[in-house]
Design a binder for this molecule. Structure first.
Ligand code: AMP
Length: 396
């Protein structure tokens, strides 16, 4: 697969597929523009090459209909501020008016197309919709790592209709960091997995246990593992049907000599609420009607100790219900431990990036992935349809 700097884009019409699916508040204001900033290297490079830049993205899930709240219009304004130049917003992403506007572009102009998912063909990977998008450009650049695990017209079918296709710099960064961590890692390789449920991450856990030197499990899912070791976990989130799988994963770890770490203490509360009464207790002493909502200080020390000699650390999933202040300490303490480790540190998947940004030490992490589901699917070792499409195109 080639990257944007390996194809000729000078003065050409270049369609860049990005992920500008930013969070908006009830008034339509952007509350976090990390996703916009992540694509600036690719867009700036295309500007340096005097390309006519056509940017395409999805926003939310309008399911083939025009939903005003999911318009990309606010993004055009913010992007314009970062690029220090006008970004024209087009009211649709295909059709005569769009083609006319693009035909009038000069080198160095930037337009942002309206939400791709206003058309049902996008999520259906529809060839007809893809060919209409393809008509807009001479070169197609895929920079939307965060949707590369989904087949869509704008990241799979389109590669059948555009002669020159390549990936952008965000895509390159995501794949390169991932490969450094999971392809041929400097060892010891330590994975930290947290989050609510084992069932959401069976594939990830099964893959990791075959690869890592140490596996640290925290968050809600730790209680299913603790249950598998015959602990009484009170009212903590626990998936009884996953207990056999948890046992299997621990057995595999033992057979492979993978060091396996679980919390030794936790923060328990009667309710999952910020104003609930809470206390710290060993995992052996969780009161019947209480639930574990964070790892405790002894677990934090244990996990931090386990990271001491790590050379590569991969982290997905919070250590507790970090959205509520009393149960955020464990996750934030792990951010500090990871941030200060003498290791290549990679964080991603789900909302883990949110936790890391909130802890305020994100600048010390080697790489924070922009891919939620995409990062998890990479961890599972699944093929990514958008990346496969680019590789296939190159093969031709
Ligand atoms: P995931 O998307 O699987 O990474 O899960 C993230 C969610 O797990 C967050 O919203 C946390 O609030 C939740 N979570 C983490 N630890 C616990 C816990 N001990 N009990 C209940 N929910 C938890």
């Amino acid at each position: 697969m080639r990257y944007i700097n390996e194809v000729d884009i000078r003065d050409k019409r270049v369609l860049i597929r990005v992920d500008f699916n930013v969070p908006l508040d009830e008034y339509g204001n952007i509350t976090d523009d990390t996703r916009i900033r992540a694509h600036l290297p690719t867009i700036n490079y295309a500007l340096d090459e005097n390309a006519k830049i056509i940017i395409a993205s999805h926003m939310g899930r309008p399911k083939g209909k025009r939903v005003e709240k999911l318009s990309l219009r606010p993004v055009a304004k913010r992007l314009s501020r970062y690029l220090h130049k006008d970004v024209a917003f087009l009211d649709d992403c295909i059709g005569d008016d769009v083609e006319r506007a693009i035909n009038n572009m000069q080198g160095g102009d930037v337009v942002l197309l309206e939400n791709l998912r206003y058309h049902i063909g996008e999520e259906k990977n529809d060839p007809e919709f893809a060919s209409k998008l393809a008509r807009l450009c001479d070169v197609y650049i895929d920079d939307a790592f965060a949707v590369s695990h989904r087949k869509a017209a704008s990241n799979v079918a389109i590669t059948e209709y555009v002669k020159t296709c390549a990936a952008g710099f965000l895509m390159r960064n995501e794949l390169e960091y991932f490969n450094r961590a999971m392809g041929n890692p400097v060892r010891p390789l330590v994975a930290i997995i947290g989050g609510a449920k084992v069932s959401d991450k069976i594939g990830v856990l099964e893959k990791l246990v075959e690869k890592v030197d140490k596996l640290i499990v925290g968050g809600g899912m730790a209680f299913t593992f603790l249950k598998a070791l015959n602990n009484d976990v009170g009212n903590s989130i626990c998936e009884m049907e996953m207990v056999p799988i948890a046992k299997e994963i621990m057995e595999k770890a033992k057979a492979r000599n993978v060091k396996f770490y679980l919390p030794v203490d936790c923060v328990v509360a009667e309710r999952a609420a910020a104003d609930a009464e809470y206390k710290i207790c060993p995992v052996q002493e969780i009161p019947q009607s209480w639930m574990g909502l964070d790892i405790g200080p002894a677990s934090t020390s244990l996990f931090a100790e386990a990271l001491q000699n790590a050379k590569t650390i991969v982290w997905n999933g919070p250590m507790g219900m970090f959205e509520l202040d009393p149960f955020s300490r464990g996750t934030f303490a792990m951010v500090t431990a990871v941030a200060n480790a003498h290791a290549l540190t990679i964080v991603g998947g789900g909302d883990t990036d949110v936790a890391v940004h909130r802890a305020g030490e994100s600048f010390k992490i080697s790489y924070i992935s922009t891919g939620g589901g995409a990062f998890l699917e990479l961890l599972e070792g699944k093929t990514m349809p958008a990346i496969e499409a680019l590789e296939k195109h190159e093969g031709k």
